[in-house]
Design a protein around this ligand. Sequence first.
Ligand SMILES: Cc1cc2nc3c(=O)[nH]c(=O)nc-3n(C[C@H](O)[C@H](O)[C@H](O)COP(=O)(O)OP(=O)(O)OC[C@H]3O[C@@H](n4cnc5c(N)ncnc54)[C@H](O)[C@@H]3O)c2cc1C
Length: 421
Amino acid sequence: MYLFLAIFFSTLPFLWLFTQVSIMGSFTAAFANIAGLVGVVLMMWQIILGNRFIVRNLTRDYVSMIKLHIFLGIYSLFLVLAHPFLEMISYGKTFTFLLIPDLSSELGSHVALGIVAIYLYLFVWLSSALTRDKISYRIWRYLHYLAYPMLFFAFIHAVEIGTFLSSFILLKAYFIILMVGFAAAVLYRFSQLLDVGKFPYVLSSKKQSSTGVTAYTFRPMAISLTPKIGQFFFIKPSVFAESHPFTVMNFVEESGELTFGIKAVGKFTNQLEGISVGQTVFLDGPYGVFTSEAHNNKPKVIIAGGIGITPFVELVSRFGDQNTKLFYANKYLKEAVSREQFKAQLGANYFDVISREEIKTETVIQGRLNEQVFTQNLTADFIKQANFFICGSPGFMGGVLMSLHKLGIDKKRIFTEEFSF
Ligand SMILES: Cc1cc2nc3c(=O)[nH]c(=O)nc-3n(C[C@H](O)[C@H](O)[C@H](O)COP(=O)(O)OP(=O)(O)OC[C@H]3O[C@@H](n4cnc5c(N)ncnc54)[C@H](O)[C@@H]3O)c2cc1C
């Protein structure tokens, strides 16, 4: 809420320009200008919200910040595109004005900077809003970095063209402050490559198991970071490596040791399997607020799919009681992580849900999780009162959410974490 207000207030100096339309001669020209300036402010917010090193100074709820970043990214399109289209109309030009930069005049070259910014914007927008799940995560991510040159060109374009900014000195000062803020954000981003704000840890143990998940335990080399249950860290295995997010499965307060359960699914997680005990990695975090509503003895239903169990391992150890029901879905029984521990801690309140094999020797729920599974295993009162915590793949979570919707569970009682941004 505060952030929405901050975003709104940051656009106010430009929205005020609606009272100054007469300076521009026409409403179209004025609106074109205002759309461009407000668009730049919103892009600036996207840069801020997408940078966890900036955001973590405001909140640990990085996932919500990413959601807001996505929301702004998708919907600011209309404003950003309104700018060139209205400019085209107010200059009395045709579509070639937007498509082909005219470098023969000074004005034309200033406009060209804006056209480049719009092309980059469209590139980032299309790769995120339309083809995000059709291209590889890495390609998408590198395309996303085009947002930095895009904003650079947009800033220079606005200052060179001037218009409203040339008429109001205070507005220009505000715009220059935004540019300085952007330069600081870029520098801050580069400083991350040098591991500023990350903490060295050493791999103290690595245990592979038949579940296909490897448990990595890291010991702090200097500063010990203290996560809350359900929080995650970004792990960077070496100076020039990528960093990826993983949830803490276990934290030992005395030694500061953090254990992560990691499933090898791609390039990074497979390379991680190659690190050896004694090797130094860099961690940053903790981030996240998932399960914070479960750190109590109130009735809770935990629903995990595959590796989505990690946020719940420590939660069940600390807060698992007769009011805790855990449904753990896997294709094969051998994939269930910490199964024996859950059975010991929760007894009959722990349910395996197995979809790809028939188990005759154990009591498991065969098939997929659906509303019947919940109604058969939970009392109506429990369903009415409990909070629901879900983590797993997007497909799994979609199915579970649909079942909970059919059971009439209020959205306010459902808490989720997706293992992908
Ligand atoms: C908040 C959070 C907590 C997580 N906790 C765990 C955990 O405890 N255990 C575990 O095994 N996995 C966890 N993951 C998933 C883990 O981060 C990805 O599986 C891993 O980054 C995949 O990288 P890759 O190169 O091996 O595979 P890729 O094939 O590159 O990626 C597979 C998928 O993982 C996601 N992904 C890849 N890179 C990133 C990234 N840098 N940031 C966010 N998502 C990414 C994408 O959706 C991608 O499609 C978590 C993810 C998030 C967002």
